[in-house]
Design a protein around this ligand. Structure first.
Ligand SMILES: [Fe+2]
Length: 203
């Protein structure tokens, strides 16, 4: 068949291979922040049912803690590779981490579908991923424009599906373009799922 595939959606997914020291410091900083962040705790109670996120409060953690600054350096290297794969014609250093925040999701907490406005790239570093805890579920950005399109078969390859779930393990990094709608289904594990999310802006 004379079929051409155009407009790919590229996702970066790899282990960041953080040192155990870095993981320990990030975990301990995250738990400390979750203890002292009254504004974030209140915000989370209303909008992040059962869990905690510093999205609205401590959201520039790369400037606040040396362990988060070390994490930023590691993520910067992965972002360089991702930018190359995406084919962006930009000068080095023009894409910078603008926000970075932590998320703690106990059993049952979920995060419904959303995009990250005003950013170019976004992503998540998975700090503590218990078995049975969800990774991230992406949605085909063209769905919103499909008005009378028939449903798709169940057995299509990943790149043809309308929803794609990525399972993540401890130490994994996922990067995506910020316009791409995604969600985190409910945590089915009895243990807390802990992740660090961030945005990159272009200047
Ligand atoms: Fe998100």
């Amino acid at each position: 068949m004379a079929i051409r595939t155009i407009f790919p959606t590229q996702i970066f997914h790899s282990s960041l291979k953080p040192s155990q020291n870095l993981v320990n410091s990030l975990l301990s900083d995250t738990l400390k922040i979750a203890e002292i962040d009254e504004v974030g705790l209140e915000w989370s109670e209303e909008r992040y049912f059962g869990g905690y996120t510093s999205y609205s409060s401590y959201n520039r953690l790369q400037e606040f803690s040396s362990s988060f600054a070390d994490l930023e350096n590691l993520i910067d290297q992965a972002v360089e590779d991702y930018v190359e794969a995406l084919g962006y014609d930009i000068e080095e250093g023009t894409l910078k981490m603008s926000n970075c925040w932590v998320n703690i999701m106990p059993t049952g907490t979920h995060h419904s579908g959303h995009i990250h406005p005003n950013s170019i790239l976004s992503g998540t570093f998975y700090l503590q991923m218990p078995e049975d805890s969800p990774g991230i579920k992406f949605e085909d950005p063209r769905l919103i424009m499909q008005m009378n399109t028939p449903a798709k078969s169940d057995d299509l390859p990943e790149e043809m599906q309308s929803f794609v779930s990525i399972n993540a393990k401890d130490g994994d990094l996922v990067l995506f373009e910020s316009y791409l709608r995604h969600e985190v289904p409910a945590n089915q594990s009895e243990d807390d799922r802990i992740s660090i999310s961030f945005n990159y802006e272009y200047s």
